[in-house]
Design a protein. Sequence first.
Length: 299
Amino acid sequence: MFSVGEMEVLQCVSRGVRTMQMISEETGKDISQIYRIVQSLHSKDVLILSDGKVSPSRKTHIVLLLDVLGDSEYSATALGGIGIELLIEFRDPQNVKSVCKKIGRSKSAVSRKMNQMLSIGMLWKKGTEYTINDSLWPKLRSLADECAAYINTNDLRAPPGFLIYHSTEEYVLFSCNNKEGGCTTAFSKYGDYGLDFAAGTEYCISPGKNVTLKEVFLHSLYILEKNDSWRLRMMALIFFVKHRDLINYSDSEKITSELIVGNNIRREMDAVLRGERVKGWIPLAEMQERADMFGVVLG
């Protein structure tokens, strides 16, 4: 969410430093650089700038962030860059490979940031998995929860007030009442591929672009990670079986392939297709009745 430089400025603010000149002296950065950073934080609605003085926003996640930054001089480096992204993911125990897939970052970048967090005890390791160290950093989990909630409802690329399901540097995936601000994808696109049904809402990406069949399916998985609708799960399963050959990924598409194969919903789909009963999914025989409408044989 914030660069290391932005975190360092916020850390100064957490200590009560309020002028750009004093922030420059505290951080050792040139005043022109501090001005650019403060302007960036102001544009993100994190700092309020008035008459050369700064004050923090009262948004809950910013209040919590300043609180954490005030606890340790090393926290700014650890939380800068992709630190907040990792913090959000490590609310639940996970291994490095899983987190790399979820946030779309390289193993080297994730490992570097994790080492910074481990060195000051923000994370702890159990076996091959890592999670937030609540005993040493009791405020981190609340910070991660609030940041996740904020990200899920705030992205300048999406219309305000709509639920955000996934975001990357390239696009944001969200639901809305119409196609405002993006192009349809996921369940809203199934009609283009022989599964005409009313999704009940529009699913879009912004900036708008033409999405491939594989992207339509991947976006469906992202949505199902946050939406437990049995109806949408059923349609995603039918879509997958109908287009299974096209959804299979080549070696040249390894990163996207790993994202799909490693997705929890995809693993559940495989279990359902094997005839297993999986929580959140209706029985395969019942889904087959709907699949018959589209000429699709499940299992």
